[in-house]
Design a protein around this ligand. Structure first.
Ligand code: ZN
Length: 332
């Protein structure tokens, strides 16, 4: 297991170099109790956290499974906080289905089956296996955005940085100069904005906002521990460029007469072989391409007819590719 210390903040990489479905966590230590940020490191990390620290609070940056799947193991000893947009997503499977885009792309029977699984609340036999079931209903309360939260002497501000998902936040520790950039993760895959509640323009805006802090250390959720400001800034430019490359691929495909059925096999997001290995990725591919088509229309391209054809081919409602919820506040 890889851990690195920046002052009283410990960066703990997840299994397999924090590759999805695992992610990096932070522990903020104090004399009284320790705070954990995100909980998707895998079995070995969860064991280490229980043995070496006194975790009494857990702050989740957003609802994605790779960041939350171990939270049920800390439910008894820690208060679990999440952002105001994601509280209901972790408490109501229908909200989860709507924000992820699953509600709009599955038929009713399939959706019911998907949701019924949650009601059983099965716990995984192996904590290395991320499952939604034990996570539903896990959040105790919400944290505020943009306010200084005092964690037994360490100040943390949850910057609201939507785009990856609508509620996504980057925890910022001004005294230590640490920003948890999370899923603004600079991976070679490129930015991920493929849920119904993701937004491409907000993604670009929020990625800029991470640089408006005075952070010296940028911790990402996947692949690397922390990067210096210089490394992060350079990496971010190339990373955001991926968005424009994808959009150009979509534009050229439409211009060359590629049909909706074919465009989802053009490798805009995932390699074709990944789709064969995991057919669930197709929902993300479809939602991502639909968002790019609509973004191109906003830029003046006459793709309205293509968009209608694409949406009806995949039986998509507008809500399946663009979902917004209201913030919901629960005090702890
Ligand atoms: Zn995520």
């Amino acid at each position: 297991m890889i851990t690195e210390k920046i002052g009283n903040i410990t960066v703990i990489m997840g299994k397999n170099n924090s590759r999805v479905p695992f992610s990096t966590s932070l522990v903020i230590e104090s004399k009284e109790a320790d705070v954990l940020i995100d909980c998707g490191g895998g079995a070995e990390v969860f064991q280490h956290l229980k043995k070496e620290f006194q975790i009494r609070s857990l702050y989740l940056t957003h609802y994605h499974l790779d960041h939350v799947f171990g939270a049920y193991l800390f439910k008894d000893e820690a208060t679990i906080h999440i952002n105001p947009y994601d509280y209901l997503k972790l408490n109501d499977p229908f909200e989860l289905a709507k924000s992820s885009g699953m509600a709009g792309t599955r038929d009713k029977n399939e959706l019911e089956k998907w949701i019924n699984k949650f009601i059983k609340k099965n716990k995984p036999l192996n904590p290395d296996r991320p499952l939604w079931e034990p996570i539903i209903g896990i959040a105790d309360c919400t944290y505020p955005y943009e306010k200084t939260i005092n964690l037994s002497g360490t100040n943390m501000i949850m910057l609201h940085t939507p785009g990856h998902t609508e509620g996504f936040c980057c925890p910022y520790f001004p005294e230590q100069g640490v920003l948890f950039a999370g899923d603004y993760d600079l991976t070679s895959f490129g930015p991920w904005y493929n849920n119904a509640d993701s937004d491409i323009d907000e993604f670009i805006q929020s990625s800029k906002r991470t640089l408006e802090t005075d952070a010296k250390y940028f911790v990402t959720s996947h692949h690397k521990g922390w990067r210096s400001r210089d490394e992060y800034e350079k990496g971010l430019t190339a990373y955001i460029e991926k968005i424009y490359e994808r959009e150009e691929k979509v534009r050229l495909s439409i211009q060359n007469g590629v049909s909706p059925e074919e465009i989802v096999h053009k490798g805009i997001f995932y390699f074709v072989e990944n789709h064969l290995k995991n057919p669930n990725l197709m929902i993300s591919e479809i939602v991502g391409i639909a968002k790019h088509i609509q973004r191109l229309i906003k830029q003046g391209y006459q793709y309205e007819d293509y968009s209608i054809e694409f949406m009806s081919h995949f039986n998509l409602t507008q809500e399946a590719i663009e979902y917004r919820s209201l913030p919901y506040y629960v005090t702890g």
